[in-house]
Ligand binder design. Structure first.
Ligand SMILES: NC(=O)c1ccc[n+]([C@@H]2O[C@H](COP(=O)([O-])OP(=O)(O)OC[C@H]3O[C@@H](n4cnc5c(N)ncnc54)[C@H](OP(=O)(O)O)[C@@H]3O)[C@@H](O)[C@H]2O)c1
Length: 369
């Protein structure tokens, strides 16, 4: 039933006279329609299907970058409602990492531990719930050999309280040992510890090499997780997006709302606090204003928020799964409304062109290694 309504909405969308009212219908229906299998996408050449948008769990328990360096019960409750609301809204793909909520950071709680707890509590109430977990291996210089991947993965599984995860990714290219790490990923698939494997912050050259090496073992490279947003389009410029499309690797877009800078919430007079404030300065936010204003205008014509517009822009690039970070139920709910509808090609092009007038912020230097 829900799918029929959606289908009708999409065919009517082509009629510009009815555009506005029908889009409002599509936006309300989007929460319902995402739960169907058709609204999932295959991750690269793997058999794994995930929702078209996932949720990033970096901030859960973190005290090194997020949460004003403090974690408390109120933030924990908010993170749990973010998790539950995502599931209720049909978003079932969650991204974490062994280093999120690092034990080296004072007062932090590991994000994998929290995610594992949320999944367990949810399963007690709702045993049939399906959750796809992606986590990551930290390529630290003292980690040697392919066995180090398996042993880190087993530690992650312990924290998550799971016997396997859907996606295991190399968080960044190591200084050395990269071929061993790729072999470790393939071993993890063969041992049934993961359904699919991916990399993160990989350049075109590294991506091609990893793809080839895995292929020789009969295993597809499912994904490359990189920084990608309307104002950080390096993957379009450095060959990473084109290579993902060519080889059938899904691009998982991290920091897709530019850590809040593209949502309209932060302005030159209300910049973000903490480490983000050093990146998204009042000067930068002033420069961003014309783009944010246009995003707001376009959003209004669809009855959508700026956050939903910028996430839809990413999904519209095809072969892209954004993973915005949600700290609370409201943010999670908003993300769910980013899919199930589509910006026009003209709007997509106009936003890219406006965004190109903004100087990009500095990314994670490892992606250039
Ligand atoms: N592989 C890697 O190297 C790598 C690197 C970075 C991130 N990641 C992954 O990508 C995920 C997302 O990236 P990210 O957390 O860096 O950035 P992001 O998703 O672009 O931004 C998330 C932040 O934006 C703010 N926000 C969320 N929803 C909002 C809304 N509706 N309106 C206004 N503000 C909103 C929240 O912070 P406030 O509420 O405090 O403003 C939230 O913490 C991470 O959780 C992680 O899983 C991976």
């Amino acid at each position: 039933m829900a799918l029929q309504v959606t289908g009708a909405s999409f065919s009517l969308l082509r009629n510009s006279r009815t555009r506005r009212s029908i889009r409002a219908v599509a936006s309300e229906e989007s929460v319902t329609i995402q739960t169907g299998g058709e609204d999932k996408v295959k991750l690269g050449g793997s058999d794994l299907k995930v929702t078209k948008l996932g949720i990033g769990a970096w901030s859960w328990g973190d005290t090194s970058y997020w949460n004003n360096f403090e974690w408390d019960d109120r933030k924990l409750k908010a993170a749990k409602t973010a998790f539950d609301t995502s599931i209720d809204s049909g978003i079932t793909f969650f991204d974490t990492a062994e280093v999120y909520g690092s034990k080296f950071s004072f007062g932090a709680v590991n994000s994998e531990t929290l995610l594992g707890r949320f999944i367990k509590e949810r399963k007690q109430k709702d045993p049939g719930v399906e959750v796809a977990v992606a986590t990551k291996f930290a390529a630290l210089p003292w980690r040697l050999g392919r066995g180090s991947v398996i042993s880190a993965l087993k530690d992650s599984l312990d924290r998550l309280n799971l016997s396997s995860v859907e996606l295991y990714q190399l968080h960044w290219p190591g200084l050395w040992q990269n071929e061993d790490y790729i072999d470790g990923l393939a071993d993890a698939v063969e041992q049934g510890l993961v359904k699919a494997v991916g990399v993160s912050n990989y350049s075109e050259k590294r991506l091609r090499a990893a793809y080839k090496q895995l292929k020789s073992r009969g295993i597809p490279l499912a994904s490359n997780q990189v920084n990608y947003s309307l104002i950080y389009r390096l993957p379009e410029e450095n060959g990473v997006k084109a290579t993902c499309d060519e080889l059938g690797i899904t691009l998982i877009a991290y920091s897709p709302i530019a850590q809040g800078a593209l949502t309209g919430k932060y302005t030159p007079t209300n910049p973000p606090t903490g480490p983000r404030g050093r990146i998204y300065t009042p000067e930068f936010l002033t420069e961003l204003q014309p783009l944010v204003n246009r995003i707001k205008d376009i959003g209004q014509s669809y009855n959508k928020t700026p956050t939903q517009v910028v996430l839809n822009w990413l999904v519209s690039q095809e072969n892209v799964v954004p993973i915005p970070g949600a700290k609370n139920a409201e943010q999670a709910k908003e993300f769910a409304g980013a899919i199930g509808w589509k910006l026009t090609n003209d709007e997509i092009a106009e936003l890219r062109s406006l965004a190109s007038k903004t100087k990009p912020v500095m990314g994670f230097p490892v992606e250039k290694l």
